[in-house]
Design a binder for this molecule. Structure first.
Ligand code: CAA
Length: 297
């Protein structure tokens, strides 16, 4: 996969408020001091637990509006984590106030048809859907327009009680362009998607959970949704990476194929796992009543 390269600046460590500096996350500690912008301007990356990478959108003054350089950085970081065997699950989050308030309206305002059409505007957003490792969105605050679409491109969504989702593009004279009409319709159905797209009404995490778009709304508290997402990512990172990848591929196929094709594909993937060491190890460990020791091969 060819990913766009951001400009490289010096390595910097982000200054994070001390209340966020070190927090217990299940069995692990989130050491937010380790958060680094690396070569990035608009995102922070860190490794909060074994096998887990955390990407934090970091454009607070614009409520994490998704300008092109931010998305290029996100694609670069995701591509790097995808190629790094020590990363087995990724958490994507924003701030308490905003996961992301949409595509950058100021960047889009003066664009013309020829430019967006010939330049394939927003097409690079879909690169993240070819990442093989699971991506968990931890959503607090606004997830509007492109922000909602970004969450929908992740594999699992956890929401904080403050999460506000919506596709408000109709209010600025356009429609969703990052997959909102298509992915929402597949997940929450036509009538709700039509209502949300045509009225621009926001909806809560509770509604999103009731509709099956969000796995669950976590308890209250600053940083709670990130902690729970990292906990979930740690559980996934403790499985066979090859089986996790196959599981993700199989579930995603449910959205791309007929039931018959999907079932055949799932069965073929299941069969193919019998060629892995982890299948032998997992089943042998069960029979020997011990924990499996995954080689991820
Ligand atoms: N693009 C660019 N800047 C944005 C932005 C966006 N999507 N959302 C917020 N900002 C900026 C604001 O312009 C403001 O910047 P200034 O201080 O420089 O004026 C700053 O973030 C803070 O925003 P507000 O002052 O508006 O904060 P608020 O708390 O009063 O309101 C909000 C928050 C309800 C999220 C409001 O900012 C808002 O409605 N934002 C736009 C939401 C939206 O329409 N998103 C869809 C964008 S189009 C899209 O995403 C297309 C697609 O499908 C890909």
């Amino acid at each position: 996969m060819s990913l766009l390269r951001p400009s490289v600046s010096s390595l910097r460590t982000a200054s994070i408020s001390s209340s966020f500096a070190r927090q217990r996350v299940g069995r692990v500690f989130l050491n937010f001091r380790q958060m680094s912008t690396d070569q990035y301007e608009y995102i922070l990356t860190s490794r909060p637990a074994d096998g887990v990478a955390l990407i934090t959108l970091n454009r607070p003054k614009a409520l994490n509006a998704l300008c092109t350089p931010l998305f290029n950085e996100l694609n670069k970081a995701l591509g790097d984590f995808d190629n790094d065997d020590s990363v087995r699950a990724v958490v994507l989050t924003g701030s308490e106030r905003a996961f992301a308030a949409g595509a950058d309206i100021k960047e889009m305002k003066d664009k013309e048809y020829a430019e967006v059409y010939k330049g394939k505007f927003l097409e690079s957003w879909t690169l993240m859907t070819s990442i093989r490792k699971p991506i968990i969105a931890a959503v607090s605050g606004y997830a509007l327009g492109g922000g909602c679409e970004l969450a929908l491109m992740c594999d699992i969504i956890l929401a904080s009680p403050t999460a506000v989702f919506g596709q408000p593009e109709i209010n600025i004279g356009v429609i969703p362009g990052g997959g909102g009409t298509q992915r929402l319709a597949r997940v929450i159905g036509k009538s709700r998607t039509m209502e949300l797209t045509l009225t621009g009404r926001n909806f809560s995490g509770e509604e999103a959970a009731a509709w099956g778009m969000v796995s669950r709304v976590v308890g209250q508290g600053e940083g709670q949704v990130v902690k729970e997402a990292v906990d979930m990512a740690s559980v996934i990172a403790g499985k066979s990476a090859i089986a996790v990848q196959a599981g993700k591929e199989a579930v995603n196929t449910a959205y791309e194929s007929t039931l018959d094709e999907g079932l055949r594909f799932e069965r073929r993937l299941f069969h193919s796992l019998f060629a892995t060491k982890d299948q032998k190890e997992g089943m042998t460990a069960f029979v020997e009543k011990r924990k499996p020791n995954w080689s991820h091969s």
